[in-house]
Design a protein around this ligand. Structure first.
Ligand code: CA
Length: 235
């Protein structure tokens, strides 16, 4: 796969609060990204004319044209509509998240967030838009699965999962919102060559749920009565 270094990617950061903008510049540069930082959508529009970035990290609340409004305009513009946008929102604006995605943004991230979560989201959006950096990180909401280091975390908290449960989560996170029978999961996770009883799947699902419950995320792995299991970020 194309494993381009992060330095091949440029992020246009639009954030009006100086302290936050400066902090984000440091985080993005530490991750190896090239950064163009401006304080308004109007300045962002001018920056776009000179340099086409690979992604825009856009604050929701900006003086003048708001982040949401600019995102909406860009997504209607032939020249920029494929340019990935991640919106930065503040707590309390959660109810507006749906309209955030309605405006065409590719993802949103709520302040305060950890640098790790931000970079994981950026990588995921770059990957989804075909610009892919490394394929090691799988992100679903605030779940991050690192396939190289075999680590799974929720909101930056490390989960203690067995290798089987890790593979189960990897499969689920890359196949969200689809229902799989026990037989299908056995084939996918354990392989056809191994004979294992179907209830083994239930045992591992139960353990996984126990771990997820400790992080108030028991609803991520759902039972579909009479058929099997589904991973979903929505209930
Ligand atoms: Ca702001």
């Amino acid at each position: 796969m194309n494993n381009l270094p992060m330095s091949n990617f440029t992020v246009l950061l639009v954030e009006d609060e100086d302290a936050i903008r400066e902090m984000l510049v440091v985080i993005l540069k530490q991750a190896g990204l090239q950064v163009l930082a401006v304080a308004s959508a109007e300045q962002g529009q001018i920056a776009l004319a000179d340099n086409l970035p690979d992604l825009i990290l856009l604050d929701w609340m900006l003086p003048g044209i708001s982040g949401v409004e600019w995102a909406r305009r860009l997504k209607k513009d032939q020249a920029y509509k494929t340019l990935p946008i991640i919106l930065l929102t503040a707590r309390g604006e959660e109810e507006d998240k749906v309209s955030g995605l309605d405006c065409g943004a590719d993802d949103y991230i709520t302040k305060p967030f950890s640098p790790k979560e931000l970079i994981a989201r950026i990588k995921a959006v770059l990957r989804r838009s075909g610009k892919s950096t490394d394929s090691a990180m799988i992100v679903a909401g605030d779940l991050v699965l690192d396939t190289e280091q075999h680590r799974l975390s929720i909101a930056d908290k490390q989960l203690e999962v067995s290798p089987t449960e890790f593979r189960l989560m990897q499969f689920f996170m890359t196949h969200p919102d689809k229902v799989y029978s026990r037989t299908q999961l056995l084939d996918q996770i354990w392989g056809r060559s191994v004979y294992i009883e179907e209830r083994t799947v239930d045992v591992h699902i139960r353990r996984l749920r126990k771990i997820l419950t400790e992080h108030q995320r028991e609803n991520l792995v759902q039972t579909v009565r009479g058929f099997g299991y589904r991973f979903s970020l929505t209930q």
